[in-house]
Ligand binder design. Structure first.
Ligand code: FES
Length: 323
C-alpha cells in the first residue's frame, strides 16, 4: 500500500488516527506508513500532527452500546426491520448515506457482530432503523434477540463513490435498489433530494420479497417505480431511463452483478454519469484490522474496503470479470 494515495473514510474523524497508524499502516499519511517525508493528498487537519498530539497513539476507538428495540417489523419470511433507540450522539453520527453499525444479540459474544446499513435516523429522538435479512448464524441470532441488541459504531464506508454523492447538486439522478440493497438506498434518496436533485427511484423487492422503504420515501418528491430487475422487461426499462434521461449520478444498491450491468450500460452513453454503489465487500471488523474485506485494485495492491473509498468501476470490473 506504500506510495499509493488512497482516500480513507475515517480521515479527519474523531476516530483518526486509528490502530493502523500505530502499526505504520495508515491509509492516508505517509509518515504513519513509516516514510520520512510528507506525501499525502489529505486536505484536512494533519493526521500525523493529531497522532503526535495524542502522545504518539491512536485516538479513541468506537464503542459498543446497548440499544433498546422500540419496534420490530417482519417484512417478509426472511427480513426484519428494527427501530432502535441509541444515543443521540450516535444517531447524529449515523445521519449520513453509507453509514452502518455492527449489531449482535446482547447474549452473544463479539464475533457475532454483523454490519447493517442504517436506513433512517431520527436525531432528535436518538433512533435508527435497520433492515436485517436472515442468512446465517449471526443474522438468525439477531433476528430473535433474547435480551436486546448491542450496537457498535459509527461506520461510514457502506457506499462507494461518496464524493460524487455529496457533490452533485440540482442534477438528475437515478436510484436503483434491489432486495436488501433498498436499506442504504433510502438515505441516498433523501440526501440527493436535499441537494436539489430530481430523483427517480427504481425498486425491486428481490430476494427480500417486499419493498420496505416505501414509508421512508413516500413523502419525498421523487418518482418511485417497482420493477423486476431480473426480467427482460425490467432491464429494458432501466436501460431506457439510462439512455434517455441524461443523469448526473446513478446509484446502484444491490449485488456486484447489478452494479456491473449498470456500469456496462453507462459505458454505452455519450454523457457518463457518476456511479455510486453499495460496498459489497465482506466486512468483519470495520477497522482495517482483520483483512476480511481486502480487495485488489489495479497493479494487484491489496486495500481494505471497509476503510477506503475505492474506485467503483475498477473494483467491480476487477472482482466480477477476473472472478
Ligand atoms: S473488515 Fe476487517 S479489515 Fe476491513
Amino acid at each position: 500500500m506504500i506510495g499509493r494515495k488512497l482516500e480513507c473514510i475515517d480521515a479527519g474523524s474523531e476516530y483518526c488516527p486509528c490502530f493502523l497508524a500505530e502499526a505504520n499502516e495508515c491509509i492516508t499519511c505517509s509518515h504513519l506508513q513509516g516514510r520520512e517525508f510528507c506525501d499525502c493528498n489529505w486536505r484536512g487537519v494533519c493526521i500525523y500532527q493529531e497522532y503526535v498530539w495524542a502522545g504518539n497513539r491512536k485516538k479513541e476507538v468506537r464503542s459498543s452500546y446497548p440499544a433498546t428495540v422500540m419496534e420490530k417489523r417482519d417484512i417478509s419470511q426472511n427480513t426484519v426491520v428494527f427501530r432502535l433507540k441509541v444515543t443521540k450522539t450516535l444517531a447524529r453520527q449515523l445521519d449520513s448515506p453509507g453509514a452502518y453499525v455492527f449489531m449482535r444479540d446482547k447474549e452473544k459474544p463479539s464475533f457475532f457482530d454483523v454490519p447493517m446499513s442504517v436506513m433512517a435516523v431520527d436525531v432528535a429522538k436518538g433512533e435508527i432503523q435497520v433492515a436485517l435479512q436472515v442468512q446465517g448464524a449471526k443474522t438468525k441470532a439477531l433476528a430473535e434477540p433474547e435480551k436486546g441488541i448491542v450496537v457498535r459504531g459509527p461506520y461510514w464506508n457502506g457506499i462507494l463513490g461518496q464524493r460524487y454523492l455529496k457533490g452533485v447538486k440540482n442534477g438528475n439522478c437515478l436510484v436503483i435498489a434491489r432486495g436488501i440493497g433498498q436499506a442504504p438506498a433510502a438515505k441516498v434518496v433523501a440526501y440527493l433530494i436535499r441537494g436539489g436533485n430530481k430523483v427517480r427511484v427504481i425498486v425491486d423487492p428481490g430476494k427480500v420479497g417486499a419493498v420496505f422503504i416505501g414509508d421512508l420515501i413516500k413523502d419525498l418528491p421523487c418518482e418511485v417505480e417497482e420493477l423486476d430487475l431480473n426480467s427482460r422487461q425490467g432491464i429494458k426499462v432501466v436501460n431506457r431511463y439510462l439512455k434517455n434521461e441524461n443523469h448526473e449520478l446513478v446509484f446502484s444498491g444491490g449485488s456486484d452483478k447489478q452494479h456491473l450491468h449498470i456500469i456496462k450500460e453507462i459505458d454505452k452513453l455519450a454523457q457518463k454519469p457518476f456511479i455510486v454503489v453499495t460496498n459489497n465487500n465482506e466486512i468483519c471488523c470495520g477497522e482495517g484490522i482483520c483483512g476480511s474485506c481486502s480487495t485488489r485494485i489495479d497493479s494487484g495492491v491489496r486495500v481494505k474496503a471497509c476503510k477506503v473509498q475505492l474506485d467503483v468501476r475498477r473494483v467491480i470490473e476487477r472482482r466480477i470479470l477476473n472472478g
